[in-house]
Design a protein around this ligand. Structure first.
Ligand code: ADE
Length: 263
């Protein structure tokens, strides 16, 4: 996977991406990273790349020409027209399936905006995907680009070790991860759930699945609407509803579950 990032802050991207697992993958040659400083393509040659917005309003707008020139130079280097992701709060919200889809590309270009955005005309010419990482506004597209590259990198064969790759499987099942525990068995008086010490593999798996369902119900009930449940899962969900289970759920969660089970 070859990542390219068009940005005003290449050092931010370089520093972030050369750290931890992505850094290791770059060193191993499984990923490559090329940053392009849009300021190097300033029309005036003095590094200025922004101007006031037509129609008035606060802030500055990144001009079309420096962005276009930076893109043309990159396209020539790559030798084809790559998929180009513009990071913006106005884009489609990023999620796991999107990461999987982007991971199929050979080359991915990210365009990071700053100030009040980029002149729309150049975006119309070069952008293939507008992506947001969530409903909040950041100071620029660099962190969102790194978030996306991190999530995409995990899907690239060899980037994660075997041990690392199993880690988030339950999320890919459409449910949130179950809680994890490590030594010591008792920490400041708090014990590890007994079942995890039992050595009974099937029971541990069942407990983990139940915990995943419970966590998803608490934090992201919307995910339960599309998750697939087997007979055992349904048994657990019914137990939750009927108060058989030692963990109590709220009345709101109960009425949500009752509707879910009715289908
Ligand atoms: N740029 C500023 N905020 C952003 C967000 N939430 N997602 C993507 N790009 C952004």
């Amino acid at each position: 996977m070859n990542f390219y990032v068009m940005t005003l802050f290449p050092e931010m991207i370089e520093n972030g991406m050369h750290t931890s697992i992505t850094g290791r993958a770059i060193t191993k040659g499984l990923l490559s990273l090329t940053t392009v400083n849009i300021r190097d393509y300033s029309e005036t040659g003095n590094g200025r790349i922004d101007d006031y917005p037509y129609g008035g309003g606060a802030g500055m707008v990144m001009q079309a020409e420096p962005v276009y020139r930076a893109y043309e130079a990159l396209k020539e280097k790559i030798g084809s027209s790559p998929r180009l992701v513009y990071l913006t709060p106005q884009g489609k919200v990023f999620h796991q399936e999107m990461a999987e889809e982007f991971a199929k590309e050979e080359e991915l270009v990210f365009l990071c905006g700053h100030y009040e955005g980029i002149d729309e005309r150049v975006l119309e010419e070069i952008v293939t995907d507008c992506v947001s990482i969530g409903d909040y506004v950041l100071t620029g597209g660099e962190l969102p680009a790194m978030v996306m590259m991190d999530a995409v990198s995990r899907m690239v064969p060899g980037v994660l070790s075997n041990q690392e790759s199993g880690q988030f499987e339950s999320f890919q099942d459409g449910l949130l991860e179950y809680p994890q525990y490590s030594r010591p068995g008792v920490w400041r008086g708090k014990e590890v759930p007994e079942i995890l010490l039992s050595g009974h593999h099937a029971k541990v798996e069942r407990w983990r699945r139940d915990q995943s369902i419970l966590r998803t119900l608490h934090s992201r009930p919307d995910l339960l609407e599309t998750a697939e449940f087997d007979k055992q899962d349904r048994k657990f969900l019914r137990a939750l509803l009927s108060d058989e289970y030692e963990v109590r759920i709220t009345e709101e969660e109960k009425s949500f579950l009752a509707k879910l089970l009715a289908f």
